[in-house]
Design a protein around this ligand. Sequence first.
Ligand SMILES: Cc1cc2nc3c(=O)[nH]c(=O)nc-3n(C[C@H](O)[C@H](O)[C@H](O)COP(=O)(O)OP(=O)(O)OC[C@H]3O[C@@H](n4cnc5c(N)ncnc54)[C@H](O)[C@@H]3O)c2cc1C
Length: 444
Amino acid sequence: MAERVDVAVVGARCAGASLAVHLARAGLRVCVLDRAEFPSDTLSTHGIQPSGVRALDRLGVRAELETLTAPITQARIALGAARASVDDITALAGAPMLNVRRITLDRILVSAAATAGADVRTGVAVTGLLRRDGQVAGVRTSEGDLAASVVVGADGARSTVADLVGAREYAVTEPGRTFAWAYLEDVPASSDGTPATVWLGKPGRHAFLASVTDGDMFLAAVTLDHEDKPKLLADREGYFRAALVEWPELAEVVQPGRVCGPVRVMSNWRGFFRRSAGPGWALVGDAGHFKDPTPGQGIADAFRQSERLAAAIVSGLSGRLPLPESLNGYWRWRDEDAWPMYWFANDLGAPGPTTPLRAHVQQLIAGSPGRTEQLLRVLDHEISPSAVTSPGLLLRALRRALRTTRGQRASLLAEAGGLVREDLRRRLAKPRQATESDLDVAVG
Ligand SMILES: Cc1cc2nc3c(=O)[nH]c(=O)nc-3n(C[C@H](O)[C@H](O)[C@H](O)COP(=O)(O)OP(=O)(O)OC[C@H]3O[C@@H](n4cnc5c(N)ncnc54)[C@H](O)[C@@H]3O)c2cc1C
């Protein structure tokens, strides 16, 4: 007979390890499996929003992480030619941001899961699912079968669990831009004790995210149009350094630094939602939903989702709610939670130059400290993106653009019409909520 646990979690990084902590603390028998051995790297620029840092506090690992890297308390923002700043992220958001390399963060999360009482098995691949009466009833692994009342796929965008249950995808989007990032050592800002700063923005053709990270390193990330990728691949470091010059203030900060290791490049991603609950299974983190990484949301998303999913599983297994209803509720909440930011991220990461009307919107945001703070609160998932892309602001930007730009009346009006139509299309495309009949469908 196969070994038995309450919950088998496939994947042990931000989503899986954090879920395992919450489930184990709730007294459930949980086994978290990952084919990787930790410490292990993964493709990410690993900026953690303040809400993610608060979640790390609840997971009991924030203090340890803050001994390894400086809390980021300042933001420098570039929106076209305009510049803005926020000087106290902690006062604004109740926590600083953090940037921790995944070789560090994920190792600490895995260890937190074990400390909480989860059975952590690394170096173990999940290769199949056990099924009983049309339900998922456990996992097949490289080391044998494991029966479970619930199987959770926390196994990333190329999720094996999603594949095995045939989780339907919806609202799929193409990759907007190519990501390139590198670690630099000997950047004075990494170790001189000045308040750590995150650099965010799109001053020209490229978008940037940069800050100190652990190991006295500095992380700088650039996103570029796909058409620029061949030039990047021909001379990674040369192109990367040349791109940084587009934001002179940032270039000056990193100029003394030496690029340490390769300039990493990623362009073969896409955005999607997946059905994230079914008979005996659920998906969390990137396994259920992936968005353009430009606004740095995935880690905090994974923590927020794992808290919700843990509560749903506890509720379902304790009999407070039927398990299918409980998992379905989690899926419904995930879609509500992620839908507006999905499109905001898509717009931020859109290829090509910033369009004229958007440039005016950005100037209005950068020109007002209150709106700049709102932008950071949007990125922290505290308020909806519509707070900074409201119809009122769009109208103000349009009036301003019509006043200050000659000969572009028709194109500005066409752009405004396009933005309104696109917003409507997205609202209408919002997925039909999962229904009981969805949950009745037995897995294949
Ligand atoms: C270029 C890039 C930059 C990013 N930058 C940021 C950023 O700055 N800030 C931010 O918040 N987010 C960022 N993200 C997103 C963020 O990295 C992800 O959202 C986050 O890592 C999701 O974590 P996860 O636990 O869901 O999945 P993953 O981190 O993908 O972990 C999945 C785990 O599952 C394991 N696994 C997979 N299949 C199996 C199997 N069959 N058996 C056993 N184990 C398996 C894998 O080994 C892996 O360890 C970025 C993403 C990219 C691509």
